[in-house]
Every structure is written in structure tokens, then in C-alpha cells.
Design a protein. Structure first.
Length: 374
């Protein structure tokens, strides 16, 4: 079913109030929710607006994947990072996706951030095996969505606090594409400094086959995440055009000063590149301390009318050399969620969490956006 087919609700289906998710008590109505909410590529300019309308005006993105996998016992001390679990423990990835869906996420992001063909080959896998693992990352997310929707359709009840509710809501699967720096596994996605030898063509050649595979994997959109400089943003935009990618995308950048992306490039320039690409349906910020997000939203909104998404980290700093998070100005779930209203007022319409955030964070964001908390 296309997303547009969901914009006219049947007469017996409750209509969502602005900024309120659909909450229904008749399990039969959940049978109307398709297992995959595909996009009509002929109307890219309104796709995210339609989706957000179905979500009640604001959508919830999931939270940190790698840190949750570690909490479940995974050892990610590997150049593949979270993608290591595609080989060793795919059931843990599925479990984390389900945790976020049960917490209220409308969008779950695949475990392909650090999954690259080059990285898999360095581990001794063939090109065919690497391509299969990329597809598998999306399949696992789709399986988690199917499981969640199936439970809902069969009348399984979620208990939140003293309330028992059954939600009918759209759920999209985003295929993650991490930056070139993520593949290097040296922390350079947090600096954006790749050296003069890395050109626009270098980046396009590096990402090309992965983007082709993920675009045909069954995902609803591609999430280009933690983009550290405008050169890589331009590479993504040109790839989407050159390869005539049929599903939409979002670009999200990271910042360490609240003014520029981590390389020092202007966030406005980077957002303008995303704005000029017709396949891009949202632009925003991820893996950035919460205290910087409001100002970055304001900068982005000056150069684009596309929906703005934000999914910050906990506020802690990642040390790429030590490969560990440094407890600097991290915030607890309550502190993180206290920012959500300000981000929404500044113009963000898709809100979630990145590294070191949890299903509890996402549950609190969902409750806040639905009007259940200040």
C-alpha cells in the first residue's frame, strides 16, 4: 500500500488529532495497517508530510542501537561495530528493534550503519556474502515490524504505567548508511577530516554499491546518518540522482559546537545540499549533544522547508582513539526528554535518540509528543 492510500481514513477509523498518535481499542482495526508502508516515488515532495499526518503531526525515531546491543550482551569491539551482530547474533538486533517499536517508535533504523562491502571483505567475506548481509540488515528490521504489527492485530496488549492501550500507527523501516569515516573505524565521522586524497569521486565510488543494494532491500527510505562534512553530503546527493534511486532518503549531520557540522562546514550549507536533492524528504541532526539541537534546527529551517528530524546522543563524547564514550555532559532520560518540547517548538517534526539513548528514552519522547507529559 502506498502512503497516500492511508491519508483518507475509513469512516469507522478514529481520526488522529493534531500531534496525537492514533490509539484504538478494536484489534480488528489494526488489520488495516500494512506490513510495509511503501512510498509513491512520483510524489516525493509530499511523502514525509503524508507520513507525519498519519502519525498525528510528529513521528518518533528509535534510539541507540549499538549501546542497546551491548546491554543485551553483544561484544562490539570490532571494526564492524553493530554490524558484527549481523554475523554473530541477528536475534539481538531483532530484539532491540522490537524494544523500540514497543516503546512507541514510528521509524526503526537498520543495523547497516557500519555495514560496508569493503568492511565485510576485510573480515574475509566475499562480495556476495557482504551484499547478502546488507539485505539481511533490512530484512531483520522488517521482520521486527511484522512481528509487532502481528501482535497488535491479534490483540496483544501493551501495558504502560497503569494504562493498557493498543496502538495503531504507521511504522517505517529506514536503511542506515554511515559515513566513510564510520567505515574507517577511527572516529573520523566525528571530525569529518578525511584528508586531501579523499575526493567527491572517492566517496561516490565507496558508497555506490551499498546504496544500490539498500535501495532495493525492502526498506521504505534510506537514512544517511552522522554526515560530517558537505563533501559527503554532495556525494550522497549526486549518487541518488545518478543511480535514480527509487526510494526517498533523509540526510542527518552531526555537530560539536551547535553552529557547524563537525568538519567545520556550515550546517546551513550542508542542509542546502540536502534541500536541493529531490529524493531527500527530510533533513536534520543526529549524534549531537542535546544542548545544541535547538539552534541547529533554527539554522536548518532557514534554508529548507522539508521536515526537520533530530535524534541526538545522550550528550556524552565519543573518543575515537580509545573507542569509548567519555562521560562529559551526558543527561539522564528525564533531562533528555525535557528538551523535546523546545525542539518541537523550534520546528522539528521527527524526534528520537542516538548513541546512549534507550527504549525508555523513546517511550518518554513518544509520551511527550502525544501530549502525555510536559
Amino acid at each position: 500500500a502506498s502512503l497516500n492510500s492511508l491519508t483518507t481514513a475509513p469512516s469507522h477509523t478514529p481520526t488522529a488529532k493534531k500531534n496525537q498518535p492514533l490509539t484504538i481499542t478494536d484489534p480488528k482495526l489494526l488489520l488495516q495497517v500494512p506490513s510495509k508502508m511503501g512510498f509513491n516515488t512520483g510524489e516525493q515532495s509530499t511523502l514525509m508530510a503524508d507520513f507525519l499526518d498519519q502519525c498525528g503531526g510528529h513521528a518518533v525515531i528509535d534510539g541507540g542501537l549499538a549501546t542497546e546491543l551491548e546491554r543485551h550482551g553483544a561484544d562490539l569491539n570490532d571494526p564492524l561495530w553493530s554490524a558484527k551482530c549481523l554475523l554473530s547474533s541477528p536475534h539481538l538486533i531483532r530484539r532491540v528493534h522490537l524494544d523500540y517499536l514497543e516503546a512507541g517508535a514510528n521509524i526503526i533504523i537498520s543495523a547497516s550503519y557500519q555495514a560496508t562491502l569493503q568492511g565485510f571483505e576485510a573480515k574475509g567475506l566475499s562480495r556476495e556474502e557482504g551484499e547478502s548481509l546488507l539485505r539481511r540488515s533490512v530484512e531483520i528490521a522488517c521482520e521486527a515490524r511484522d512481528t509487532y504489527l502481528d501482535r497488535a492485530a491479534k490483540g496483544s496488549w501493551d501495558v504502560i504505567g497503569n494504562e493498557t492501550i493498543l496502538e495503531k500507527r504507521p511504522v517505517l523501516v529506514a536503511a542506515s548508511v554511515g559515513s566513510y569515516g564510520a567505515y574507517l573505524a577511527d572516529g573520523s565521522e566525528y571530525s569529518g577530516v578525511y584528508g586531501d586524497a579523499v575526493t567527491l569521486e572517492t566517496l561516490k565510488d565507496f558508497h555506490r554499491r551499498r546504496v544500490q543494494i539498500l535501495a532495493e532491500s525492502g526498506a521504505d527510505l534510506i537514512a544517511f546518518e552522522t554526515t560530517p562534512n558537505k563533501l559527503e553530503a554532495k556525494a550522497y546527493a549526486e549518487l541518488l540522482e545518478e543511480e535514480d534511486i527509487k526510494i526517498p532518503a533523509w540526510f542527518s549531520f552531526n555537530s560539536k559546537d551547535g553552529v557547524n557540522v563537525v568538519s567545520g562546514d556550515s550546517v546551513s550549507e550542508c542542509a542546502s545540499i540536502a534541500d536541493s536533492c529531490k529524493q531527500v524528504v527530510a533533513v536534520g541532526i543526529n549524534c549531537t549533544p542535546p544542548r545544541f539541537i535547538r539552534g541547529l534546527i533554527q539554522s536548518i529551517r532557514k534554508v529548507t522547508t522539508k521536515p526537520v528530524l533530530v535524534y541526538p546522543n545522550s550528550g556524552e563524547t565519543y573518543d575515537g582513539h580509545q573507542k569509548q564514550w567519555v562521560p562529559t555532559i551526558g543527561v539522564a532520560d528525564e533531562g533528555f526528554v525535557s528538551y523535546v518540547g523546545k525542539w518541537r517548538e523550534a520546528g522539528a517534526s521527527l524526534i528520537g535518540g542516538c548513541c546512549r539513548t534507550t527504549p525508555n528514552t523513546i517511550r518518554a519522547i513518544s509520551k511527550t509528543l502525544s501530549g502525555g507529559a510536559d
